[in-house]
Each structure stands twice: as C-alpha cells, then as structure tokens.
Design a binder for this molecule. Structure first.
Ligand code: ME8
Length: 642
C-alpha cells in the first residue's frame, strides 16, 4: 500500500529537515535559535515515531557581507568565518540540538558540489554571459526589483541599495517561470503556510528576470570560482542553496536517494524569495526533483522591532538559557509563536509562562504526584487490575496523541503544546476530584488509592513521552522519577498501550523541575546586548567628526497624536528645529521642557507618524526604560559636541 506521500507503508519512512545556513557576519540570536529548535523538535519527533531521519544545519560563509565584516575586523574572511561558524556550531549542544550534520559552505565537498551543478547547468545551456545594471542590497545579497524598493531603501534592511552594473553570468530563471507557477499550483502545500505560497505566487505574477549568478573577482574574491571562468566567483545564493544537496552527498550518495524526495526546508519569511523562487528553478535546471515542502515562519521581534545589530535589541539565546534553563527557553519559543506569524519577545511574558505553565501546571503535577505515589505505594510503581485503570484519563491521553500527531503534520507546534497542556490540566483535575489526601486517612481505601496513584503515574508517563521532542531534559527527568530506565526507547505507541508501566519500579523524588521566578524580587531583566565589542568596526576620527552632535535646549514638548511612544520636541540648537523622539513612555513633556540634551543635528530629515523630524536625540536603555543624555554642568545651547 502507498500512503499520501507515495511511500510504501510499513517500510520505515524517511524525514529530511534543514535549517537555513546562517551568515557568519554576526553572532547567533534567538531568531536563529528558534528555527534550529523547531527543526530539532521535528527531528526528535520523527525519530521517536520510527522515521529514518536526517537533520542538517550549518553556516553560509561566502559573499560580500562576510568579506566586508572580516575586513572591518581586520582579519581574513576565512579566519572570520571560522570564528563565527564555531559560535553557531557550539550553540547546537547548548540548546540540545540533535543535528546529524553541520555544513559549512567553505567545506571542500560543498565547493565541489557547487562547481558540479554550475557546470551541469552551464552545459545544459541555462547559464549565459551578459551585462546587467540594477539596485543591489548587500543585506539581502541580491538585486531588488523596483517594486521591492520603498522610499529608495530596502524595507528589510533599511539601507539604500547600491546601483551596480557589470558583466556577469546569468541563470535563465525566466525559462522556468511557467513550470514553477504550475508546480506551486499543483502542490498547494509546497510552500506553507498558505500566506507565503500566495506571496510567492504574487512574485511570479510579474515577469521573472534571469538571475545574475556571478561576481567578478576584481570586485569580490571571497567565493567559489566558476568552473567555466577563472575570473568569476559564484553568487552567494547559488552557492548557499546547494548546501541542502551537498549534505546528502549529491549526486551519487545513498543519502541523496533516501532523503531528497522527502526534503523539508525550514526558514523565516526574510528568505522566501531565494527558497521559493530561485531554488526550485535551480533544481529544475539541474535535473533534480523539487523539495517536498518549504515551511516558513515569521519573525521574533524585540521591543516590537525586528532584532538587529544597529537597534541594539538583540536577545541572545544563551543568556536566556543560562538564566532560566534550556527547556523553559525551548518551551517559551515554541509555545509563544504561531508558526507563520510574527511574535514579540518579552522577558516578562517568558517569566509569566514559566510560572504558570511550567512551575504551576507541569511542575506541581509532577512533584505532588510523585510525593503521593511514594507515600501511598511504598515508593514503587504499584500493580493494579485492568478494570481499575481510568478510562477517561487514558482517553484524554489518546486525544492529546492524536492532536500532537496532526500538529506535526502541519507544523503548528504551538497547538501540540496546547493539547499537551490540556491533558496536564485534566490530570491535575483528576487529583483534585479524587482527593487522594482524604482517601489516605482511612486504610480501607488502600485499593482505590493505589489505583489512583497508578493512573497518575501512567498519565505522567504519557505526558513525558509527548513532551520529549519539545523538552527532552524535562521528559527524561520525569521518566526517571517514575522508574523508567531507558526513556530514549519510548514512543507514542507506548501511550496507546496502557499497560507499560513496570510494577515494582522504584519511584524517586527529583528536584523541583521549574522553580517559580519572583520577577520583582529575584529577576534582573536581561541586558539586551549590542554585538560583542571585538566585532564592531573601528572608525577613524574623520569618520566620527562627520556626525554633527549639538547641545540642544528643549523649548516645547507634546505627544504625537495616535503614536504610543513619540513626543514632538521643539528645540534650540542655535536655530529652532522640530525633532520627534520615542521617549513618551519614559518622560512627560513637563520633565523635558528646559532640559539641555544631545542631538544629532545633521541627520537626514525623516517623517514619523506624519511629523517631520530634523534630528535625533541621544538616549540609552536602562533596566527601567530610556535615559536621555543630558549634562552634569553648564552647556551652551547650540555648541558642538566633540
Ligand atoms: O539568510 N526571527 O542567513 P541569516 C525569526 N545565509 N527567525 C530569524 C530571525 C528573527 N528575528 N532572524 C533570523 C541567511 N532568523 C542566509 C540563508 S540558506 C541557503 C542561506 C532565522 O543568518 C530565520 O531562520 O540571515 C531566517 O530565515 C534565518 O535566521 C536567516 O539567517
């Protein structure tokens, strides 16, 4: 029999999951951690249900961005790539990531595969030499179409794209436009969730241009040399996307045969176009079948903005893990993002979830169940009769299993966690309704009490199995407390069969799984960190002197209508100006009027909520909000700051 994916049923199924390979121009933040953790949960789940699984992550190391970052840091691109790639690699064990392979685009086998595919596509006549001029965004590492440029800027990176015209090699992407539209239409979940399929189809409503796939070495040397022209290197996306087949030993590897037909890519929405448009057409031209699914999630924002080095609002995954524990961190990320939509990171929301879902619901359930079972069953898993097993509780476990299974099919992992928590709460209710502490007062209730304890332990076992892909350390801790020796051998089938608890196994009380956090007393909010100082480019004095900093006296201040953070300030810097500043949560207008502050006077004017701002004040983040830079002695209005 053949299932919906064309696999022979009863054969072990295969599952291939990839994350983007991350640029090595900056250290990892929670956005990277999120994608990698989601991939890990999927890989763990598929291994648990018996699928032959392969999970790849890695780093993307060529291109302008890296060359530029290395130059600023005063080291070679290879040294730079080695350093940051090592940070991404080290993050994997810290986050309990079970990747089977870590790929780097500077690996010799990858370079060979890229050259092989380029030659193949070139020989097939789909690469030609030509000339092109267009607006290039170095953040996206690609030319932008006119429609993508808003107010002369790339909306994703807030930078002006640069006009570049040069002779280059082009991939005939346009030739595959109709094929791709048909493929996406015929396979409605090829790109999912649906909003991103629609976005890809919207790109494809415009004529697709051919893709420039080279850079002359005279401009950029840090890349893979084209096999058919020594003077050019490959364009970074053509290089990077191929990692997904290099990792499987394309073209002849067994892994390629097994895993490519079931390839699942996981990305955020920022790189939809290269994955949804470039990559399938490249595969088609190279004679390789398309991947099975492109799974696209939204952004983790911080303070309502996309995390970026320049905004200094980067949240570092290891800081959170060190402060609150790995499983709490994994749980929060997976529970608080609806796959496909953006989510705002806030430490407060994190602590709330930790206290309510983890400390209260799960932690309390485990600790009181084990304590009571030890007390009422002499420290061992009891033996009970089939008729005493609680049907309703078992059915609730089966319902959770079914919901978890269906959530994994469509990537709605937060729904899987909601289903598991429904079951946790039903189990908590079972305790409250049965009042074992009352029954325990009368020895005549011994049999009833023993049955309740068994049913509770069976529920804990089911909860741990369901949780294990998400929170592997917690699952293992609970299973050990209920006397399961080999937690790694459990699977969903073990929940369906309800007779698997081994009578006589020792019960042990562990430490509290999730101690409550008293946010006010105990918790210092994490510092949002700017990138490590050694990665910051040094500038010379001339560069600094181009910024015109002035002493400004605030003459008037008022809220900007409908904006929730902005104040409109009238200032004197030797002339009168209006500036708009995001400080209304931290200062009242009255507090500001008369104050002398520091302003960047030569910033290009910009409109904020309809008000034109002619400069920017300086402020710094503190644990309680913003503090505006002011003076501790006399300062002359309009004077230059040196
Ligand atoms: O684009 N929220 O690398 P990259 C959620 N090298 N996820 C985020 C995120 C955020 N705020 N920020 C980053 C590249 N990510 C290329 C990829 S693949 C052949 C080449 C995650 O370092 C998310 O997975 O910019 C996003 O797609 C990826 O990091 C971009 O990583």
């Amino acid at each position: 029999m053949i299932n919906e994916y064309g696999d022979a049923v009863n054969m072990p199924k295969s599952f291939y999951i990839t994350t983007p390979i991350y640029y090595v121009n900056a250290s990892p933040h929670i956005g990277h951690a999120y994608t990698t953790i989601v991939a890990d949960v999927l890989a763990r789940y598929h291994r648990m249900i018996g699928d032959n699984t392969f999970f790849v992550t890695g780093t993307d190391e060529h291109g302008d961005k890296i060359a530029e970052a290395a130059q600023k840091a005063g080291i070679t691109p290879q040294e730079y790539a080695d350093k940051i790639s090592a940070q991404f690699r080290a993050l994997c064990p810290e986050l309990a990531i079970t990747n089977d392979y870590f790929i780097r685009t500077t690996d010799p086998n990858h370079i060979e595969t890229v050259r092989y595919i380029l030659q193949k596509v070139y020989d097939a006549g789909d690469i030609y030499f030509g000339s092109y001029g267009g607006y290039y965004c170095f953040g996206c590492e690609r030319f932008l179409t006119e429609k993508e440029i808003v107010d002369n800027k790339c909306p994703e990176h807030g930078r002006e794209p640069q006009y570049i015209e040069e002779k280059n090699y082009f991939f005939k992407m346009s030739k595959y436009q109709d094929w791709l539209i048909k493929h996406i239409t015929d396979h409605p979940d090829f790109i999912r969730p649906e909003r991103y399929k629609n976005e890809a189809l919207a790109f494809l409503r415009e004529p697709l241009e051919d893709l420039c796939i080279s850079r002359p070495k005279s401009r950029l040397e840090w890349g893979i040399t084209l096999p058919f022209d020594e003077n050019y290197v490959t364009y970074v996306w053509f290089d990077a996307l191929i990692n997904y087949v290099t990792a499987l030993d394309y073209p002849d590897g067994e892994k390629f045969k097994t895993f490519w037909p079931v390839a699942e890519h996981l990305i955020a929405k920022d790189i939809l176009k290269p994955h949804g448009i470039y990559w399938p057409t490249m595969l088609k031209a190279a004679g390789i079948e398309p991947y099975r699914h492109l799974n696209v999630h939204g952004y983790w924002n911080s303070d309502q903005n996309k995390m970026s080095k320049s905004l200094g609002n980067i949240v570092r995954p290891l800081d959170l893990k060190d402060k609150y524990g790995l499983d709490a961190f994994r749980y929060f990320l997976l529970r608080d993002m609806v796959f496909g939509l953006d989510s705002n990171f806030s430490e407060e929301a994190f602590v709330q979830r930790l206290n309510s879902d983890l400390a209260n619901d799960l932690g309390n359930l485990v600790s009181r169940s084990i304590t009571m079972a030890i007390k009422y069953c002499d420290g061992k898993v009891p033996q009970i009769q089939q008729k005493d097993k609680n049907k309703a509780l078992h059915e609730a476990a089966l319902k959770a299993v079914a919901e978890v299974e269906s959530s994994f099919k469509d990537m709605s992992l937060h729904k899987a966690l909601i289903a598991i928590w429904d079951f946790i709460n039903i189990t908590n209710k079972y305790i409250v309704e049965n009042e074992p502490w009352s029954l325990g007062k009368d020895p005549a209730n011994k049999e009833k009490l023993t049955a309740i304890m068994y049913n509770l332990l069976a529920a804990l076992r089911a909860i741990s199995i369901l949780l294990s892909p998400f929170m592997p350390q917690t699952a293992e801790k609970i299973l050990r407390q209920i006397g399961v020796d080999e937690p790694q051998n459990l699977d969903m089938a073990g929940i369906r069969k309800d007779d698997d608890l081994k009578a006589g196994s020792p019960l042990t009380r562990g430490e509290s799984l999730f101690p409550r956090i008293n946010q006010e007393k105990e918790s210092q909010p994490l510092e949002k960190k700017a990138p490590a100082i050694d990665l910051k480019p040094q500038i010379d004095y001339e560069e600094f002197a181009r910024v015109d900093l002035r002493v400004a006296k605030i003459l008037a201040a008022e809220a900007v209508p409908k904006a929730n953070k902005l104040l409109k300030l009238k200032i004197d810097i030797g002339e009168e100006r209006t500036i708009v500043a995001g400080v209304s949560k931290d200062y009242t207008p009255a507090e500001l009027i008369g104050k002398k502050i520091v302003v960047v006077a030569n910033l290009k004017p910009t409109k904020l909520m309809g008000v034109e701002s002619h400069g920017m004040l300086l402020a710094t983040d503190t644990d309680t909000g913003l503090t505006v830079l002011a003076f501790d002695r006399e300062a002359k209005t309009g004077a230059k700051i040196r």
